[in-house]
Design a protein around this ligand. Sequence first.
Ligand code: DGL
Length: 336
Amino acid sequence: AGSATEARKPNVVILATGGTIAGAGADASNSATYQAAKVPVDKLIAAVPAMANVANVRGEQVFQIASESFTDAQLIQLGKRVSQLLKQDDVDGVVITHGTDTLEETALFLNLVVRSDKPIVVVGSMRPSTAISADGALNLLDAVTAASSKEAVGKGVLVTMNDYIQAGRDVTKRTNIVPSAFSSQWGPLGMVVEGKTYFFRAPYKRHNTSSEFDIDTIDSLPLVAIVYGSGNMFPGAYTAAVDAGAKAIVNAGTGNGSVPGYLVDTLKDVRQKGTLVIRSSRVGDGFVLRNAEQPDDKYDWVVAHDFNPQKAKILAAVALTKTSDTKELQRIFWEY
Ligand code: DGL
């Protein structure tokens, strides 16, 4: 029972959406050949009894999908459920189990729109639980540990993979077959080691309670397309996005977010017809500046700064729920 003053164990809710962490392979040697989104949330929890030492945990099965199949509608549904739960006094933190393919998009989205300082930890695994050296169980235990940690409060959405604590804003999946797949351009925030969180830095950019966006007021996201830059591009990739109703096109340009000379007129035309043009870079750890590679002021384009194309798409979609003014869009890309 303990004394009345003894701090109660944190209450953490695990929202399961699918992915490899809920995957199962035919054989223990299958580390890459398996089916994602099979194991239900209560079995995920039962598989890691050590969680009970850290927090009172209960699970909800929100979806059971591989994360490449996430739609904006599902992203919004998940965000609203997280927001609703964190408003409850008897919920101290939320863990979201998720496929790793689009984990970085969901982590950034929640960082932008959930107005709570309580820990939100997104977690996945690179191997199914049936594989030798499966990483899901420890990743999940670390996620519950981080979600229970007072030090995690106010640090934005976190991602616990491979013992590290990454910032949801920065983390990206850089490879598709090893437990160390996730890293951040600006480094991890810390580690979880033997059931304790160790933080060495805190996020600097606007997020959660300092955000101007609020999932409780968002019911849909405008379509934003990404066009991947390469040699020998063609205008149709961009006009097809406009025809599909894209309100913005993220150009995953080469190097500095470059646009081929023979496509500048196409993108100027796209902008003049009302679709936003956002210059990002395909390099992965991009750092795109205004008016460096292209005269963005003159063409009324926006630059994605350090957001990779898939994160720039999420930020642009969220920003467009409030404004389509390019100066406001650019402010948002600098501030978040
Ligand atoms: N289909 C991928 C996904 O659900 C599997 C990758 C994983 O979850 O690790 O994201």
